[in-house]
Design a protein around this ligand. Sequence first.
Ligand code: FMN
Length: 199
Amino acid sequence: MTLSELTEAPTAASIFTEAHTAYMFTPELVADADLARIYELAKFTPTALNSQPLRITFVRTEASKARLLPLLAETNRAKSASAPVVAILAADTDFHEHLPVVSPQMEGARERFAKNADGRVKMAMNNAWLQAGGFILAVRAAGFDAGPMGGINAAGIDEEFFAGTPLRTFMVVNIGHVSEDGAFPRNPRLGFDQAVTLA
Ligand SMILES: Cc1cc2nc3c(=O)[nH]c(=O)nc-3n(C[C@H](O)[C@H](O)[C@H](O)COP(=O)(O)O)c2cc1C
């Protein structure tokens, strides 16, 4: 996959101004190759120390979905049931093991984080959340609609999917093509004067 193949389609409109959070989806499948394309874009989201703590589990079989759906807020289950793919986003609190490769110039960083469990969890969560924003935009850039959802039993998902691992779930993202009436009208965004200070 070349970089131009990955980046030919998206525009600011398709990623920002015309893109909407999707709640219900058409049955059209998302190929595993498309999921790879989404990751190949999302991975470029910048993170502190290039730490990249986000781990993604693409749930796309009926058997895997049956394990996940009961662990979503009741109001969210029909939304994920309609999506061909649901991504579980989790933070790897042992991300520091990769630092010698992904941040080779930061000598001793892995050892410093190994001794600082609290700082490691904070770093993992902060940067995985940051990557989640990039992930949602990557889904759109790859030509799909995204429905991020925080209404989940995160501890339950960890137990069901990641027992015995350092992964901590924090969000799921429904992925597919939005159905007719599958998105709500846009709610107001804060204006420049409300959110921005020119100093
Ligand atoms: C972190 C996060 C958590 C969210 N949790 C839920 C959720 O649990 N259920 C739901 O229906 N929508 C959820 N949403 C969707 C938001 O309400 C929606 O993205 C926002 O209102 C913007 O809508 P728009 O893209 O149509 O403008 C969540 C979005 C984000 C980014």
